[in-house]
Design a protein around this ligand. Structure first.
Ligand SMILES: [Zn+2]
Length: 214
């Protein structure tokens, strides 16, 4: 334990004295019976947009996959390494989640990179550039719109990419079949880290609206 950063050691102690102490029975039940989360969340790696924090969820409630800019790639059974698709497969086929939420957020660095593909890659592999290439057509269209301000373009692409990921989710046969049977619902949401506001995507229009939280 001594090689872990001190902040983590101290945080773990606080967790054991606080949350674990009050939720010990729940952890034991989850260990014995396994996990049965009803919701999968696909979120960004960004340290400010943690789904468990935003939705105030405890252990066993959310099945979370996080990647740069919360993207879902299209269905591609090509034998390559697809981490997000693997998590999706497990959530849908084994855990049988009832909901999948694609959670985007404001000031997303991945989206910013997509809007400025001329920026130098961070490493020779340019993994971010390749990954964000998933939304390159939308990024080009938005980046070229001079009627919009920089922050408007940023928010627009953050929201467009959520709709893009929802469309890609439906390209997975297991998702579209279960959605067609009414056993799986797909949702989009966008979190404004500066104000704490959560915006939910209207499934009919694709617009983002403030949900009723009362
Ligand atoms: Zn992000």
């Amino acid at each position: 334990m001594t090689h872990l950063p001190e902040r983590l050691i101290n945080g773990y102690r606080a967790f054991m004295d606080g949350r674990y102490a009050t939720e010990r029975d729940r952890y034991r039940a989850l260990a014995k019976d396994g996990q049965t989360p009803e919701t999968m969340v696909i979120a960004c790696c960004d340290s400010r947009a943690a789904p468990e924090t935003i939705f105030d969820c405890g252990p066993g409630e959310l099945f979370v996959v996080r990647n740069v800019a919360n993207l879902v790639p299209p269905y591609a059974p090509d034998g390559k390494h697809h981490s997000t698709s693997a998590a999706l497969e497990f959530a849908v086929q084994s855990l049988k989640v009832k909901h999948i939420v694609v959670l985007g957020h404001g000031r997303c660095g991945g989206i910013r990179a997509a809007l400025d593909p001329s920026a130098a890659p961070l490493s020779p592999g340019d993994f971010i550039g390749k990954w964000m290439g998933l939304v390159a057509p939308a990024a080009e269209a938005v980046a070229g719109n001079e009627m919009m301000t920089q922050s408007e373009r940023q928010t627009a692409l953050e929201r467009i990419s959520i709709r893009y990921s929802l469309a890609n989710l439906r390209s997975f046969p297991c998702v579209s079949i279960l959605e067609g049977k009414g056993r799986l619902s797909l949702h989009g949401a966008w979190f404004d880290i500066s104000s704490g506001e959560l915006w939910a995507m209207n499934p009919q229009t694709g617009d983002f609206e403030r949900p009723e939280t009362d």
